[in-house]
Structures are given as structure tokens and as C-alpha cells.
Design a protein around this ligand. Structure first.
Ligand SMILES: [Zn+2]
Length: 128
């Protein structure tokens, strides 16, 4: 299991301004998103990033490499990227709102379950 601090805030990415869209999308796993975030957005070295994700440096390098290849493939071949749960282990109980797509976590499971943004109770656990 690879620790992911926060889930990606999107379901996917779609290319635009392209004549033909491919039908096959690329599945980007949560842990791959996290690896890109830690290494290329937070500018951590691979040792620090692997410790945050709770994996060996070699595993981190593999996940990171896989993430980069998928993103490159999506760009070059104008494919959609979908975010897929994969092997991730999320720190808290993360939920997604079915109405407005907001991601949020509920630290205390005994509190009322609703979307903090639109207040609907149509929410589901991201892990499902
Ligand atoms: Zn909502």
C-alpha cells in the first residue's frame, strides 16, 4: 500500500484543440499522481518522497517512472487521463460528493455525513 496524503482533485483530464480524440484513456493511479506531486510539484528528492509514501526508494522510482510515462503517452497520443484508485492508502476517511465532485475528509466518523460545500448527503467513500 502506498500512502497518499490527499486524493487528486479531479476525475480526469481531457485534451482539447485536437482533431481526433482517441477512445482509449490512460488510467493514472492515485499513487502515481502522488509521486508526480511530491517529486515535480513539491520538488522533493526521491528519498524524501518515498518516506512520505511509506515505500522503498526503488518502489517510489518505479511508481514515478510509470506516472511520467502515462502522462507523456496521454499528451503525445492525445488520450484522456482518468484518475483511478489503485493501491493507494489514504490517511483519513476521504469522501467525494456526487453532486459537485468536491473531495473532503471526515476525521470523526460519528459526525454527520454531508458535503461541506453543497451540503448534499449524496457522498461516497473514495475507496469504493
Ligand atoms: Zn457537494
Amino acid at each position: 500500500m502506498r500512502k497518499v496524503v490527499a486524493p487528486p482533485g479531479f476525475r480526469g483530464y481531457k485534451p482539447y484543440g485536437t482533431r481526433q480524440g482517441r477512445t482509449n484513456h490512460v488510467d493514472l493511479l492515485y499513487e502515481e499522481y502522488e509521486a508526480i506531486k511530491l517529486a515535480d510539484y513539491d520538488i522533493m528528492n526521491q528519498l524524501e518522497a518515498s518516506q512520505i509514501m511509506g515505500v522503498s526508494r526503488a518502489t517510489f522510482a518505479r511508481v514515478y517512472e510509470s506516472a511520467r510515462r502515462k502522462i507523456a503517452k496521454a499528451m503525445v497520443e492525445t488520450r484522456e487521463i482518468r484518475s483511478v484508485f489503485g493501491d493507494a492508502s489514504l490517511d483519513n476517511s476521504w469522501f467525494m460528493c456526487d453532486a459537485c465532485d468536491t473531495r473532503f475528509n471526515i476525521p470523526d466518523k460519528n459526525t454527520e455525513h454531508h458535503c461541506p460545500l453543497c451540503k448534499t448527503e449524496n457522498i461516497h467513500s473514495i475507496k469504493e
